[in-house]
Design a binder for this molecule. Sequence first.
Ligand code: ZN
Length: 116
Amino acid sequence: MNKSTLGKLDVLSVFITWAILISLLSTLAYLKIFADPNSSAAILVYLFGAFFIAALCHAILAYFNRCPHCSKCLTIQGFKPPHPASSGSRDKVVWHWFSGSIVCIHCGQKVDTNGL
Ligand SMILES: [Zn+2]
């Protein structure tokens, strides 16, 4: 698989993870407010399963989605603060991915996401 496709899939998996997390939390809130306490919570189990699978896909794809300058994982921030020249956080990298150019949070170099 070519690297720019891999990067897109990785970022897509992050969006899917966010979307599932939002539905999981809103379903949880909805059930807590409106549902009969004895009703089935199976939907939460399914959503949690989907969340887990999406997060796992992201973890695997992110491992291969690396910066061409410092070869660190572009969508994994780790525990160090992001490089001052970068846009600030991994979430912003993900958000700007499809604009075609991001700044690596580890080394501050510009990365062309379409030509990795
Ligand atoms: Zn880098």
